[in-house]
Design a protein around this ligand. Structure first.
Ligand SMILES: [Fe+2]
Ligand SMILES: [Fe+2]
Length: 145
């Protein structure tokens, strides 16, 4: 397991949760609420550990620092939207619209991450470093949970 696989696992999980929320009816809004709480915690935990373990060394490199700055701004935007959604009525149509918008933003972020950022990172980190980072990433997530 290397850092790329570890991050991808989380990305897949987030996509799954978005799909489940979009399919939830909102009538039995208990499950919708639980799914959203799970998604919010998962995304926040992922972003924090990702910034700490993966972004931090890449921010110091000339060839990745701009992309990392941009990605961090996207994390901030996602956090802001999650907080807004948390304070909205999840039975409302507007809530579901905003969830879809957030899903688009997150998918776009994941694409850039798994594409350009992973490609550059693979040229920077050795195989051993990438494996060590996966371990650190999982540790960082555990500490938050
Ligand atoms: Fe990520
Ligand atoms: Fe990210």
């Amino acid at each position: 397991m290397d850092i790329y696989q570890a991050l991808k696992e989380d990305h897949q999980e987030a996509k799954k949760l978005f799909a489940e929320i979009e399919q939830s009816s909102g009538k039995t809004n208990d499950s919708r609420e639980k799914l959203f709480t799970t998604l919010k915690e998962a995304l926040e935990n992922h972003s924090q550990a990702e910034e700490k373990v993966f972004y931090a060394p890449l921010k110091k490199k000339e060839e990745t620092k701009d992309k990392i700055e941009h990605a961090k701004k996207e994390h901030q935007k996602v956090t802001k939207m999650l907080n807004e959604l948390e304070s909205m009525d999840n039975k409302d149509d507007q809530w579901l619209k905003k969830v879809s918008q957030l899903k688009e933003d997150v998918q776009h972020h994941i694409q850039e991450e798994e594409g350009e950022i992973f490609k550059k990172a693979q040229g920077i980190f050795s195989k051993e470093q990438a494996e060590e980072m996966a371990r650190q990433f999982k540790q960082a997530k555990k500490q938050k949970a």
